[in-house]
Ligand binder design. Sequence first.
Ligand code: NAP
Length: 272
Amino acid sequence: MTPSFQQTYGPWAVVAGASQGIGAAFSQEIARQGVNVIMIARTLAPLEATAQAIRQQFRVQVRTHSLDLATPDLAEQFQAIIQDVEVGLLIYNAAASEIKPYVQSSLDSKLRQLDLNCRGPLTLTSLCGEKMATRGRGGLLLMSSATSLRGTELLVTYAATKAFNTTLAEGLWQELSPKGVHVLGVVAGAIRTPNYENSNPQQNRIHATAQAPETLAQNALARLGRGYPIWFSSWQVRLSELLFSRLLPRSTGIRMLGRITRQLYPNVGDLE
Ligand SMILES: NC(=O)c1ccc[n+]([C@@H]2O[C@H](COP(=O)([O-])OP(=O)(O)OC[C@H]3O[C@@H](n4cnc5c(N)ncnc54)[C@H](OP(=O)(O)O)[C@@H]3O)[C@@H](O)[C@H]2O)c1
């Protein structure tokens, strides 16, 4: 008999970046499937509000922790959070994305994106992955982005940090799958999260395909452990990747994506 979600990924899941959007949707879906959840974000009030709504709906334990995942002592602080639980599933969802021309973005902002988007998942997958491999079961899910597939104008730093996550997921999948640990990198297109909506995107072909966070979370969890290292969140993302990688020179793909990103954010910065 196939083991249940709870048997495979319980008793505890960690969602890093959990108070709203995709992270809240992941927490909700994990709780629905009977696994206890540790929810992490910086601001406690919205995190606790989301957690309370989940507690009222499902008979699982939900803990909240205020933690900046970009902090230099992340490893120590995270270990203290998980010291008394067995983590069967880690979802690294939090990310910083600044939409600005590279030369107008401060070095501090770029390094903060690097810390949160790369150092964070590296640290948490190291701390959880080792124990999962020893136990012979578990799951690691990293949120990446369609921008990870090639360099992207206005999102230069963010796209590069997301490429790190896509590649990290692929390598972990190769190493840890034989040890019973499921790994998935989620290459997402536009998702209607508060963060995305607040970025004030204009109507274009990317915006038209934007999905609900709940759809993304349910579909991504269903793909975990199905034998793929990477999952594209929609057929549009998969099709554009096929087109860009098989039919067009890489430079043409970069220019086309840049044009689409500019259409999405026509009022951001001036590259002249
Ligand atoms: N939305 C999209 O269109 C889209 C598309 C492709 C990929 N993605 C990926 O999907 C993931 C989630 O995106 P989203 O739009 O749902 O983001 P979001 O709405 O900004 O939510 C991010 C969550 O992470 C938390 N967070 C942010 N910075 C943090 C930090 N330094 N330490 C701890 N927690 C932090 C936030 O709470 P606090 O602010 O209180 O900390 C929030 O709970 C990201 O990895 C992103 O790259 C999103």
